[in-house]
Write a protein that binds this ligand. Sequence first.
Ligand SMILES: [Zn+2]
Ligand SMILES: [Zn+2]
Length: 159
Amino acid sequence: MSHAKTCRQCGAEVALTRLPRAQGEDSGVRVEIEGMPAYLCARGHKRFLTPDFPLHLIEKLLNADGTFSAPHANKRGLIRKRYHCPGCGGDMPAESGRHASARHRIEFSDSATVDVALTLPLYRCARCEHDVLHPRQEVQRALMDAAASAFRSANVPPG
Ligand SMILES: [Zn+2]
Ligand SMILES: [Zn+2]
């Protein structure tokens, strides 16, 4: 693996830096990334540590302990989606009530760490009063979209 020493856009020398907080949101899922490592040149051009850094960060976040700490609702209906409680089968409300917030410290092999604050919408079953998440696939997709928009807001060109 080659180490980047010069900026691909202007040829100036680059230094490793930590980006300020970048955040993104999708379907009520919010991702805040703090201290993302990136290369920065004297003219302000930014570059990810590696081209696949965003993908690795998302994968590690999806697989981190406690990312999905609440049970997932079941979904029925293709055209009009309806969500059901995994515990009692009751109907879930359309609007989320509380949010589950957690901080994750994601570690990379080169000992770089990134702190991610993750907020997921919870839905409370009216019958058994348990808080549940939307189906895993939907939460994962929203998390990926929220992270992608956080990466965009950090203004680092892809590649
Ligand atoms: Zn540059
Ligand atoms: Zn229930």
